[in-house]
Design a protein around this ligand. Structure first.
Ligand code: C5P
Length: 220
């Protein structure tokens, strides 16, 4: 079996999930959105009234939780204890709190173990913040995908329903999450030494996808 693992890391809104899904489709691999897993934990904890400051209780929420990622037609379906939370985990309240939960090392340990188990048989394209550095340090291909804050906010803006938020709010949310993800003590967002950096500010989705596929074909 010559299948490989592909790690795609980078800041919020760089286009990781869109590109990772396309790369997985083209390779016939499984796409795993690890951000969705952190979002599920944040969603459940918030629902249970456990704030990010209640570290030990939040870890217990993560321990008890069953997370299922199902490849769907349009996009991946996300189940938390059997409940479809695909849309709920993208809400503004979850988005604004998720990085605070993700800085909890106990929560990270639980999710990292699940992610490693999912990638054990190879043939996985995984996107996140710490995939190349921590989750899959031996991934055959590592990409660090980035873009300017302005461009990332603009892309998010175009994805969201009209009137749901403003460019200014998105710019602030992205900058604040970047800051938290880069400066946290455990597994901060950082480019792996052996990752290939792609700046997608002036590239189309197709161009980024083709570039990553070309890098993969060299590794396979
Ligand atoms: O990828 P997405 O923006 O949905 O991720 C939501 C949040 O989950 C990130 O801002 C980050 O705080 C956290 N995350 C993480 N490690 C990952 C994936 C996501 O800390 N591998």
């Amino acid at each position: 079996d010559d299948r490989i693992n592909v790690a795609i890391d980078g800041p919020a809104g760089a286009g990781k999930s869109t590109v990772a899904k396309l790369v997985a489709e083209r390779l016939g691999y499984i796409y795993i959105d690890t951000g969705a897993m952190y979002r599920v934990v944040a969603y459940k904890a918030l629902e249970d009234g456990v704030g990010p400051d209640h570290a030990a209780e939040a870890v217990r929420t993560a321990e008890r939780l069953s997370i299922e990622l199902r490849p769907g037609q349009q996009r991946q379906q996300v189940l938390a204890d059997g409940e479809d939370v695909t849309d709920a985990i993208r809400s503004a309240s979850v988005t604004s709190k998720v990085s605070a939960y993700a800085s909890n090392p106990g929560i990270r340990d639980i999710l990292v173990r699940k992610q490693q188990e999912m990638a054990r048989k190879k043939g996985v394209v995984m996107d996140g913040r710490d995939i190349g550095t921590k989750v899959l340090p031996d991934a055959e291909v590592k990409i660090y995908l980035t873009a300017s804050v302005e461009k990332r906010a603009q892309r998010r803006f175009e994805e969201l329903p009209e009137g749901s938020t403003t460019m200014e709010e998105l710019r602030e949310d992205i900058a604040r999450r970047d800051e938290m993800d880069r400066n946290r003590e455990h597994s901060p967002l950082v480019q792996a030494e052996d990752a290939i950096r792609i700046d997608s500010t002036d590239m189309s989705i197709e161009e980024v996808t083709e570039k990553i596929l070309a890098i993969c074909s060299e590794a396979i």
